[in-house]
Design a protein around this ligand. Structure first.
Ligand SMILES: NC(=O)C1=CN([C@@H]2O[C@H](COP(=O)(O)OP(=O)(O)OC[C@H]3O[C@@H](n4cnc5c(N)ncnc54)[C@H](O)[C@@H]3O)[C@@H](O)[C@H]2O)C=CC1
Ligand SMILES: O=C([O-])CC(=O)C(=O)O
Length: 373
């Protein structure tokens, strides 16, 4: 184990100054109709909840900006950065010079003891470790490499931080979340705090809809349900808020918008031309997910969509599915808000998604059955 850096500089700047430089992270949907997005943002930056967050894969394209955003979140007290890449101590040292509240610790190594040390004491663990796509690949093509990485890292979480919320970013999310859940089951640990992070799909849908509907993106909410790959990504455009903001779109335009949201990851992969997949928007989305979880831990009513084990979900015939979730103070789902009312077009999308999801879930479960945690 190589514990590389502990920032011990006291915070000297006022909270006001910190708030001014904190990035404008959009937060999850607040359940109460009386709270505006602006109020939610203000709450998110003023709350003092002192949570410890770990980033596994912290030296990567997502990991570095994600750790930066977490370092700038006033609700975070400790940011633990773990990666197999030897640059990790430098990433932690770099972050630790930022004059915000949290302390930063770097961990590098590929042994389970270091992984466990990195997550010990964490309230929230985010896992962007793993290889990204290149043009021409599907997310499922990453399975052979990333399945083992997720199994190892989630085994460390189960052993050293069994009560932490674990947000899995590593693709293929449709399969890596079932792997993590099965690893927890093998180790006899409650798996109900494992979430597949699909927030980027919501972020993209909100952005694309706000442009088409001439709205302030701060006011736009698009639930995105299903999974996180191609046709399993289902933007529920009939439930968009503000209601009616894209009513001017005809059926073909709704279909084209749906496909753009489903293929947005591929759009970035192609634009990066072999240099990886979405990193900055993903870091933003994961920071929003973590912030939502922390605010829920602090007693706020926050709704985020995420991909979880959800057996017997009405209208769905697979065991893992993303829906809007009311997050609980204990890190578990307080209430699964389900699919809501869908039009025929959206119901057909759910059927197509379930067909693909069934195979991808099975693949994850079967991998875990042969893995010794
Ligand atoms: N859920 C989502 O919406 C999204 C998921 N992703 C996925 O996130 C993953 C990471 O993407 P990038 O950051 O762009 O890749 P990257 O290659 O830039 O970074 C990955 C990092 O993981 C590290 N790593 C590899 N094995 C590890 C292990 N066993 N323990 C700890 N760290 C390890 C690498 O050293 C590297 O620093 C990919 O699987 C990608 O497909 C990417 C974008 C969106
Ligand atoms: O497309 C990819 O491979 C990365 C990803 O999941 C996304 O950007 O949505």
């Amino acid at each position: 184990m190589n514990k590389t850096h502990q920032n011990s500089v006291a915070v000297t700047r006022s909270q006001k100054y910190v708030r001014e430089i904190i990035p404008n992270i959009r937060v999850g949907h607040i359940k109460s109709e009386t709270l505006s997005r602006a109020t939610a943002r203000a709450l998110s930056t003023t709350t003092q909840v002192n949570k410890n967050v770990a980033v596994l894969g912290a030296a990567g394209g997502i990991g570095q900006p994600l750790a930066l955003l977490l370092k700038c979140n006033n609700s975070v007290t400790n940011v633990s950065c773990f990666d197999v890449n030897p640059v990790t101590p430098g990433v932690a040292a770099d972050l630790s010079h930022i004059d915000t509240k949290s302390r930063v610790t770097g961990f590098v190594g590929s042994d389970s003891a270091t992984m466990e040390e990195a997550v010990r004491g964490a309230d929230v663990v985010l896992i962007p470790a793993g290889v990204p796509r290149k043009p021409g690949m599907t997310r499922d093509d990453l399975f052979n490499t990333n399945a083992t990485i997720v199994a190892q890292l989630t085994a460390a979480c189960a052993k050293a931080a069994p009560n932490a919320v674990v947000g899995i970013i590593c693709n293929p999310v449709n399969s890596t979340v079932p792997i993590a859940t099965e690893v927890y089951k093998q180790l006899g640990v409650d798996a109900s705090r494992i979430y597949g992070v699909t927030t980027l799909d919501i972020v993209r849908a909100n952005e694309f809809v706000s442009v088409l509907g001439s709205q302030d993106p701060n006011d736009v909410h698009v639930p995105v349900i299903g999974g996180h790959a191609g046709v399993t990504i289902i933007p529920v455009l009939s439930q968009v808020q503000p209601a009616g903001c894209i009513d001017s779109l005809n059926a073909d335009e709704i279909s084209a918008l749906t496909e753009r949201i489903q293929n947005a990851g591929t759009e970035v992969v192609q634009a990066k031309a072999g240099g990886g997949s979405a990193t900055l928007s993903m870091a933003y989305a994961a920071a929003r997910f973590a912030d939502s979880v922390i605010r829920a831990m602090n007693g706020e009513e926050v709704v985020e969509c995420a991909y979880i084990k959800a057996e017997n979900l009405p209208g769905v015939d697979v065991d893992y599915f993303s829906t809007p979730l009311l997050l609980g103070a204990d890190g578990r789902v307080k209430e699964n808000l389900g699919l809501g009312e869908l039009n025929q077009f959206e119901q057909d999308l759910v059927s197509a998604a379930c067909k693909q999801l069934a195979g991808e879930i099975k693949k994850g479960v079967e991998f875990a059955a042969n893995y010794k945690a």
